[in-house]
Design a protein around this ligand. Structure first.
Ligand code: SF4
Length: 466
């Protein structure tokens, strides 16, 4: 275990980079100068800032001329170079390179845009300055190319509806709601509060000329509710979205009666998420459904004509490279419209995080296999995001067959759409492109507070969009 002194300039950025190399690092507020393992110093001369990182006898120096940049840009550049110096130093000490180099943000495509605005050749900058691998740089370029025109336009506003329940909890999951059986007495009051939230929100949108484009039901697992409960919520949506998506998630939670409700309300996209096609792995992570359920429910969904996304996760417990390849091959053989390859990311609140789980297999090799196979099967990457605590410091990538991109995902991930969110744990986002910032209004994460203080959260949301 390493103990690192935290009194740096830009502590968050430096910590994030150090954590790429050491899982078990402890940051202390004050361990005295003698025991400080790493130092980062900043020296300014005019508009040139120089960063010197020192760690275990190695050091790296990086300098940046922030020129006539405005205050926001000046800080951004200084933070970026503080990270680059720290990354180079850590890399020299450990002998390790990271696939995304010094880049720790969640949206590499946004950084590519920023660099273009700064007049840089972003691909060269990724590789030469930030230390991003050629392979990941190409991935970003491919995503921008698949997004095409969509990437450069503001896309209006979308409605997000959060259902914070699931049937059981998978060992890798940290979602903030709970098992529906345990929260049984709150389910109906929650649906009533959610319906009030949606109805008031849509009325507000009409009164303020906010044109809503797409609807997205996320969770938890929205389909842990019954067909009639879903029907009640969907009946509150009184406009015809371009794209209407429901995360059906667990194959064991959908059936004909729920698909009938979806079809009646104009749902045109769903997810049926295998995560793996290996029964022993499903059992190991507690997903409580069978591989056959995936095939059966996918076949049923096809009869309704829904566009289907399937999620896979690389790095699940007990899943070897060969087993993961089988999952990828099986998903591709079904030819769903979208396949999203996630890298296991363990957040606080998941059972595996508490057990300090780490995959004993090479997750990068798994991800590489999946990407290669998807490309050769005609899928293209169309969105990407990264999270903290991802195995091997990798990423999640959504792949699509031609012209089947999920517009909501692009708008949300690229921060091109405002999100007006209803339900507990849901976060509304107002994009302010002129000011280069985003404002948010979050609803309570727990169901009980959300029900009790519904009006308060509505008021916060309305204030954001008024
Ligand atoms: S099915 Fe999805 S929401 Fe439910 S516990 Fe598993 S990962 Fe979490």
């Amino acid at each position: 275990m390493k103990t690192l002194y935290t009194d740096f300039i830009y502590p968050t950025e430096v910590h994030d980079v150090v954590k790429l190399f050491y899982n078990d690092v402890v940051f202390v507020a004050d361990c005295g100068e003698k025991s400080a393992d790493i130092t980062l110093t900043e020296r300014a001369e005019g508009s040139v800032y120089t960063y010197t990182a020192q760690f275990c006898g190695k050091s790296d120096v990086k300098a940046v001329d922030v020129g006539r940049a405005d205050d926001l840009q000046r800080i951004r550049l200084r933070k970026r170079f503080a990270k680059v110096a720290t990354y180079n130093c850590m890399s020299a000490v450990t002998g390790k390179l990271m696939p995304w180099g010094s880049l720790t943000g969640i949206r590499p495509t946004k950084l590519a845009d920023q660099l273009v605005d700064e007049g840089e050749n972003w691909q060269q900058y990724f590789v030469k300055i930030l230390g991003v691998s050629e392979q990941k740089t190409k991935l970003v370029a491919d995503i921008l190319s698949t997004q095409g025109e969509l990437h450069s336009h503001r896309l209006g506003a979308d409605l997000y509806v959060g259902i914070p329940f699931c049937v059981t909890r998978c060992s890798y999951c940290s979602f903030t709601g709970g098992e529906i059986a345990r929260l049984k007495k709150y389910v109906e009051p929650y649906i009533d509060a959610l319906c009030r939230d949606i109805t008031a929100t849509l009325q507000f949108a009409r009164e303020h000329n906010i044109l809503l484009r797409n609807v997205y039901f996320g969770g938890g697992t929205p389909t842990s509710l019954s067909a009639s409960q879903l029907d009640k919520i969907m009946s509150c949506i009184d406009f015809a979205p371009t794209e209407y998506t429901v995360e059906a998630g667990r194959p064991d939670t959908v059936d004909k009666s729920k698909f009938d409700v979806f079809a009646a309300h104009g749902v045109n996209r769903i997810s049926i998420n295998p995560q793996t096609f290996n029964q022993s792995v499903l059992d190991a992570v507690g997903r409580k459904h069978t591989v056959q359920d995936i095939y059966d429910k996918y076949q049923l969904a096809q009869t309704y004509g829904f566009a289907v996304n399937m999620d896979l996760i690389a790095g699940l417990p007990t899943e070897t490279y060969e087993m993961f390849c089988n999952s990828v091959n099986s998903a591709i053989a079904l030819r769903p419209h979208n396949i999203t390859v996630h890298t296991l990311a363990l957040k606080h609140g998941s059972v595996l995080k508490e057990q300090n789980y780490a995959s004993g297999y090479d997750v990068s090799q798994m991800v590489e296999y999946s990407h290669q196979l998807l490309y050769s099967a005609g899928y293209m990457p169309y969105y990407l995001y990264r999270q903290k605590y991802m195995a091997s410091n990798l990423e999640n990538v959504g792949f699509c067959l031609p012209d089947t991109q999920c517009l909501y995902n692009i708008g949300n991930m690229e921060e091109l759409s405002d999100i007006i969110a209803c339900g507990s744990g849901a976060i509304s986002k107002k994009i302010m492109p002129d000011q280069k910032r985003i404002e948010r209004a979050a609803n309570a994460k727990d169901v009980i507070t959300y029900i009790a203080r519904n009006d308060e959260f509505l008021a916060k949301k309305f204030q954001l969009f008024a």
